[in-house]
Write a protein that binds this ligand. Structure first.
Ligand code: AMP
Ligand code: MN
Ligand code: MN
Ligand code: MN
Length: 280
């Protein structure tokens, strides 16, 4: 039995390819009953998604995926149940956007030096006036014939040590959790197995996150293997954290992260939705 709860997905408000409303329709059509929208560093899609979810009879969870810098590593923290009108969170997001715009221009300059013209303008056009991300650069570079797939672009151009990579600081863990909690949200370490942190370092991250009042880790993720579900379930239990589950869906062109195909949480996990007033 697939899970009918999905607490991590993207729309065109960040780097997904479905509009917030279309994402909700796709979720309902795939059998999901409880759906979050968690765009990168923006709340822009929540109003539209919430209205469409209500129309569809889908329980909507307003969320966000915050970009955090922890000990030099970029870590994503999902916030679930966030209010849209929180000044702390909104001011924080404004600063992250300014960094994103500067970083995108700098990526364009660096790629230009590496012989790739027009990347900034191309990525900007694909971001459609919304938040700009490396994914938009990747899509532009594929369209322009510089690589065969989005993954190949990341490997060749957009990760540390490659010509289009720009290092920088997102928000730190303490402040990021502060914003999410100020907005009434619960904090979840997104796809913890994706950071390629050694076991000890990952446990240090989880321990600090717990100390700072973080609530859960994503145990089931579209980007985790089956083995990783069980490893992360053990970490959650060891640290007394709840467990979350999300596809990290970015659109139908990324079929390996499909909607409605998440397994149930492993036995022994305490689901983050345990105390939520979910529609039956
Ligand atoms: P940004 O927040 O702008 O640095 O972009 C991060 C986003 O790029 C992630 O949320 C993913 O959607 C995407 N991404 C990161 N690494 C990869 C990769 N190796 N292959 C495909 N997409 C990636
Ligand atoms: Mn993304
Ligand atoms: Mn992420
Ligand atoms: Mn994500």
């Amino acid at each position: 039995m697939y899970s009918t709860i999905d607490l991590h997905a993207h729309s065109t408000a960040s780097d997904g390819t479905l509009s917030p409303a279309a994402l909700m329709r796709a979720a309902a059509a795939s059998g999901i009953r409880v759906m979050a929208l968690t765009d990168h560093d923006t709340l822009d899609g929540l109003e539209e998604a919430g209205a469409e979810a209500a129309r569809l009879g889908l329980t909507f969870v307003p969320g966000i995926e915050l970009s955090v810098t922890w000990n030099g590593a970029t870590v994503h923290v999902v916030g679930l149940g966030v209010r849209r009108d929180c000044p702390d969170l909104n001011q924080g997001l404004q600063a992250l956007h300014e960094f994103r715009v500067w970083r995108a221009e700098e990526m364009g300059r660096r790629l230009e030096k590496a012989g790739i013209a027009g990347a900034y303008e191309g990525a900007l056009a694909l971001s459609n006036g919304k938040l700009i991300s490396r994914t938009h650069f990747a899509r532009f570079l594929v369209d322009a014939g510089h690589a065969d797939s989005v993954q190949a672009v990341f490997r060749k151009f957009l990760v540390q040590g490659k010509p289009g990579y720009v290092p920088g600081q997102w928000v730190d863990l303490e402040q990021g959790l502060g914003w999410l909690h100020a907005a009434g949200g619960q904090a979840v370490i997104a796809h913890p197995a994706r950071y390629k942190l050694k076991r000890g370092r990952l446990r240090r991250l989880i321990g600090e996150f717990r100390e700072l009042g973080g609530e859960a880790i994503e145990v089931v993720s579209g980007s985790h293997s089956r083995d990783e579900y069980f490893t992360m379930a053990r970490h959650a239990r060891d640290f007394g954290l709840m467990a979350s589950a999300g596809s990290d869906f970015h659109g139908p062109e990324h079929p390996w992260l499909a909607l409605g195909r998440l397994p149930q949480l492993p036995d022994g996990c305490r689901p983050i939705w345990e105390d939520w007033p979910l529609a039956a």
